[in-house]
Write a new protein. Structure first.
Length: 159
């Protein structure tokens, strides 16, 4: 379903760049298949409350319930599978659009006084400054999770 949507719906990298790009489809019609030996996939590390608290502080993402932590474990397992994909003789890709030239605009010299134009992009601002989430303040302590539910949860999706 997703592949059908991408092939039908994506004809150019961005609708706003229509005048520079052809209508060639960029998404491959057939997915690339790479067989992964599941016996070589490293298991996800054992998650505990201390590790989850540490990841929450680093990422500023709250794993609010057992399902969120289970999803984290599945994501780690998927990343471990990706490590086993054979990329031998595959040229590194810098961009999905590397076959195209990037259209540039002419440089225009101005006085640079565009503070309001720049600040209109800010979701939250104080006076003339962007306000971002603090990364150095500890998160509030969340209630403990039921770790037996996390370890015993069946895998509902295929990865």
């Amino acid at each position: 379903m997703l592949l059908r949507h991408l092939v039908v719906g994506v004809k150019r990298p961005s609708g706003c760049l229509t005048k520079w790009y052809s209508s060639r489809v960029f998404v491959p019609i057939e997915p690339a298949i790479s067989h992964i030996d599941e016996t070589k996939v490293k298991p996800a590390p054992e998650l505990n409350q201390e590790l989850v608290d540490h990841l929450e502080r680093l990422s500023l993402v709250r794993f609010s319930n057992e399902e969120a932590v289970h999803h984290l474990r599945k994501a780690i397992h998927f990343a471990n599978r990706l490590k086993l994909v054979d990329t031998t003789n595959v040229k590194p890709m810098e961009s999905v659009l590397e076959e195209m030239t990037c259209p540039l605009r002419e440089d225009v010299v101005n006085d640079g006084n565009i503070r309001e134009q720049v600040l209109c992009n800010a979701t939250n601002r104080v006076e003339e400054y962007f306000v971002t989430p603090p990364g150095n303040i500890a998160l509030e302590q969340a209630p403990s999770l039921d770790w037996t539910n996390i370890r015993d949860a069946p895998d509902k999706s295929t990865t």
